[in-house]
Design a protein around this ligand. Structure first.
Ligand code: NDP
Ligand code: 2IT
Length: 444
């Protein structure tokens, strides 16, 4: 058995019941084969891959909080500090009932390589809780966030580990967590990113993941002589990433015809009304059924289905494994040209393989959605120098980072004779820097 396959087998054996973590590890390690082949003896002696797949530290804790009726609830909190070879741990906090250790580990593992690809000095981490923010009052959200941060604050710091948003964690939650951290530590530091603008947040961080997704997709298409203007795009999700992906796609002259949430999906042949979508999701925190008012040609359907709508470009921006093999077949049958992952690991293993076999341009999440964490790193820089940059300055840096990132993964793929395979390119380019840093730092 090859070294890579030995390590994969070991991960599966030692981490049972964590299928998403297995999936992420397999996808990365298998594509590293050509690099591993060049250094196999040294990697084996130094157990480099074994260290790579084992988090440096994992924290799991009780989060008790009181609801508006005086009832106490207990959730589980997690922070997985996966790899700090190239910088402080960095990654979001997911609040969703589906959260468990395996989900946080898959996200933390992906984050190592994504963060490396940004070119900025940030290590990989992820956290969250099985808390469900849906339907909770602001006071209940605050109670949860304060309790969560009371324990988390012992493990993070501006130069140690800097959490941020993810599913279910936006500006409101980051604000409550920041307030509690400051109160406990008596320190005003850049310990979280995605903060509100009056207390150290960066302009363009809210938009960054969605905008970055479009910047890198546009660059990939441009390099294949395809103009994004005039193209039809299907987006899934209706949260932070989806909203700003739709906004930027429209600014670039494309037409986005779908979006979705966990209860249903919208098809709007006239193009999604972004102001209406923001009002429903960012202001009212309501369901997509409300979209129908005032949109005569729009349709709402319960369940899932955005990938059944014909499009040139598909942007999955909701959650993991939301684009299946059947969806991929439907997209290809409808003539899709490109798939770029806004969410983390949204495409199943078999769907990814199928899209690649069919010659579809495919940008994997760790490259495509890296604009969010890259801009978080820019927020950290601004906090360190106690200055604010303008929206245009941050946005221009984000664009530069995403364009560079595309060329780095494209070159890495070519170097190992996988021309056009951006999965291999992203995994190798992300790994190389982390590997060099790990080797230079000795056995730690
Ligand atoms: P949000 O919570 O803002 O939005 C998530 C969206 O996806 C909502 O519309 C939600 O619907 C839907 N969704 C979530 N879980 C499910 C599910 N199990 N089934 C169906 N729909 C679901 O999160 P973000 O937009 O921040 O995150 C979306 C994805 O992007 C995630 O994979 C995240 O890890 C990734 N990402 C986020 C970054 C960021 O900066 N925020 C950066 C890089 C990646 P509903 O509201 O009904 O639950
Ligand atoms: O998946 C991700 O990259 C994020 N949720 C953003 C992490 C961050 O630190 O901004």
């Amino acid at each position: 058995m090859s070294y890579v396959n030995e390590v994969i087998a070991q991960v599966i054996k030692e981490n049972p019941n964590e299928p998403e973590f297995h999936q992420a590890v397999k996808e990365v390690l298998l594509s590293l084969e050509p690099v591993v082949a060049q250094h196999e003896a040294q990697f084996r002696r130094d157990a480099l891959l074994e260290r790579l797949v084992n988090p440096e530290r994992q924290v799991k804790f009780r989060v008790p909080w009181i609801d508006d009726n005086g009832q106490v609830h207990v959730n589980t909190g997690y922070r997985v500090q996966f790899n700090s070879a190239i910088g402080p741990y960095k990654g979001g906090l997911r609040l969703h009932p589906s959260v468990n250790l395996g989900i946080i580990k898959f996200l933390g593992f992906e984050q190592i390589f994504k963060n490396s690809l940004t070119g900025l000095p940030i290590g990989g981490g992820k956290g969250g809780s099985d808390f469900d923010p849906k339907g909770k009052s602001d006071r209940e959200i605050m109670a949860f966030c304060q309790s969560f941060m009371t324990e988390l604050s012992k493990h993070i710091g501006a130069d140690t580990d800097v959490p941020a948003g993810d599913i279910g964690t936006g500006a409101r939650e980051i604000g409550y967590m920041f307030g509690q951290y400051k109160r406990l530590q008596n320190q005003f530091t850049g310990v979280l990113t995605g903060k509100g603008l009056p207390f150290g947040g960066s302009l363009a961080r809210t938009e960054a993941t969605g905008y970055g997704l479009l910047y890198i997709t546009q660059e990939m298409l441009r390099c294949h002589n395809i103009d994004i203007a005039g193209k039809t795009i299907c987006v899934s999700g209706a949260g932070n990433v989806a909203i700003y992906a739709i906004e930027k796609a429209q600014q670039l002259g494309a037409k986005v015809v779908t979006c979705s949430d966990s209860t249903g999906w919208i098809y709007d042949p006239d193009g999604i009304d972004i102001a209406l979508l923001k009002e429903i999701k960012e202001v009212k925190r309501a369901r997509l059924t409300e979209y129908l008012a005032g949109r005569p040609n729009a349709q709402y359907n319960d369940g899932r289905g955005v990938w059944s709508i014909p499009c040139d470009i598909a942007l999955p921006c909701a959650t993991q494994n939301e684009l299946t093999l059947d969806d991929a077949k439907q997209l290809v049958a409808n003539g899709v040209t490109a798939v770029s992952e806004g969410a983390n690991m949204p495409t199943t293993e078999d769907a990814t393989a199928y899209l690649q076999e069919q010659g579809i341009l495919f940008l994997p999440a760790k490259a495509a959605n890296a604009g969010g964490v890259a801009t978080s790193a820019l927020e950290m820089s601004q906090n360190s120098e106690r200055l604010h940059w303008t929206f245009d300055e941050v946005d221009a840096m984000l664009k530069g980072i995403m364009v560079n990132l595309y060329h780095n993964i494209d070159e890495a793929a070519k170097k190992y004779n996988f021309d056009g395979n951006y999965i291999v390119g992203a995994n190798i380019a992300g790994f190389e820097k982390v590997m060099e840093a790990m080797m230079a730092q000795g056995i730690v």
